[in-house]
Design a protein around this ligand. Structure first.
Ligand code: ATP
Length: 367
């Protein structure tokens, strides 16, 4: 049974420092997966712990389905065990002295479920996570990825109203992480449980989330589909954190529609997408993805010449550091062939729709 989660004006202040969560509101529809994405310390885990009831919010309302589970202003605080929420953490959190089956059956035993029904539900949960053949093995004889599947089966077996996952793939090696990442989405969708998934890894967020909520300093900056986050980041931080790592500083010298002409600090003029608030004369920071830079040129807008300052392999891609506009831009190309050697000059094209201007007083978080 999946239910909607509603978080309204959530605030959490620990005894010292700025609020860990500062007026955060969002909904997760029944059966939806929302990923909370952001750098360390932005408040993802605290949000999750408030929903679980492991942390007491300072203000705000949290509801699951029709139940208000937390509303400190009204004296409501439902204990975690009554919320019927499944949780999977970074650490495997399995009981080492038990078999796989005993681990998964534990929550049902705790709920005094009849034996026949327990066996049936455990078999179903193990089949979903692909561990049917391992049911009688001691859990310590499994790999990290398999242990995490046990933890997942154990938190799904009692059909929770909500599933919360906090960086569940962090302790796995790269290959396992990719495999379980793809499986996780399939498993969560198959069980139709409403889920919140916390991570600082944008690739994980894109694969897993129906929507992604990007957080910074206790605030939710943008909550949207992976496509919208990727194509129209709401601000410079979201752009930067989700991969638009290049930045060009300049000044707006002309506007038309949602585009405009920007003069860089070194005097070049380029056409970029600009928000309505940025008027002629405003200082601007342009964000762009490394993959937005067309090496070799193409088209007739925003064509420049850059010098290759460095070149390195990133797995199946070649990354170039380009000296241009009095600074550095990173560009990448699929393949491992070096088409532009260090020291050579290369033509680049920058499509205006992929150059996103933001007010220069915004910070990307990387400066
Ligand atoms: P990470 O990915 O590192 O876990 P996060 O985005 O999940 O980071 P939180 O763990 O939610 O961030 O922390 C948000 C802020 O609240 C941080 O500044 C953190 O130091 C603070 N914080 C978290 N738990 C406590 C606590 N028990 N007491 C005091 N401050 C805390």
């Amino acid at each position: 049974m999946s239910e909607e989660l509603k978080v309204e004006r959530l605030r959490k202040v620990f005894s010292v420092g700025r609020p860990a969560i500062d007026d955060v509101s969002f909904k997760v529809a029944a059966g939806e997966i929302v990923v909370l994405l952001g750098p360390s310390g932005c408040g993802k885990t605290t949000t999750l712990r408030c929903v679980a009831g492991l942390e007491h919010p300072t203000e705000g309302i949290i509801s699951i389905g029709k139940d208000v589970v937390s509303a400190p202003e009204r004296g409501i605080l439902m204990p975690p065990r009554h919320r019927n929420i499944g949780m999977v953490f970074q650490s495997y959190a399995v009981w080492p002295h038990m078999t796989v089956r005993q681990n998964v059956a534990f929550p049902l035993k705790h709920r005094k479920t009849p034996r026949g029904e327990t066996n049936k539900k455990v078999d179903e949960a193990l089949a979903i996570v692909g561990l049917s053949e391992y049911s009688e093995r001691p859990v310590v004889a499994l790999s990290g990825g398999q242990m995490q599947r046990v933890a997942l089966a154990r938190s799904l077996v009692y059909q929770p109203r909500l599933l919360l996952l906090d960086e569940p793939l962090s302790n796995l090696d790269a290959k396992l992480r990719l495999r379980l990442r793809d499986d996780l989405r399939r498993i969560i969708k198959q069980t139709n449980v409403t889920a919140i998934y916390v991570t600082h890894d944008q690739a994980e967020a894109v694969v897993l989330g129906d929507r992604i909520g990007v957080m910074r300093d206790g605030k939710m900056l943008q909550l949207a589909s992976p496509q919208d986050i990727y194509n129209t980041p709401a601000d410079l931080f979201v752009a930067n954190f989700t991969g638009a790592s290049n930045q060009i500083d300049g000044k707006v010298i002309e506007r038309s529609g949602n585009e405009g002409l920007v003069e860089t600090k070194s005097g070049e003029r380029l056409r970029a997408t600009l928000p309505a608030a940025l008027q002629t004369g405003s200082p601007v920071k342009i964000a762009l993805r490394p993959e937005a830079i067309r090496l070799g040129g193409g088209g007739d807008t925003n064509i420049f010449t850059a010098k290759v300052a460095d070149c390195r392999y990133h797995g199946t891609q070649t990354v170039y550091d380009l000296a241009v506009f009095g600074g550095k831009l990173e560009a990448l190309e699929l393949g491992t062939e070096v088409r532009y050697p260090v020291g050579s000059e290369v033509k680049i094209a920058l499509p205006p729709s992929l150059l996103w201007g933001y007010a220069a007083n915004e910070t990307s978080g990387s400066e």
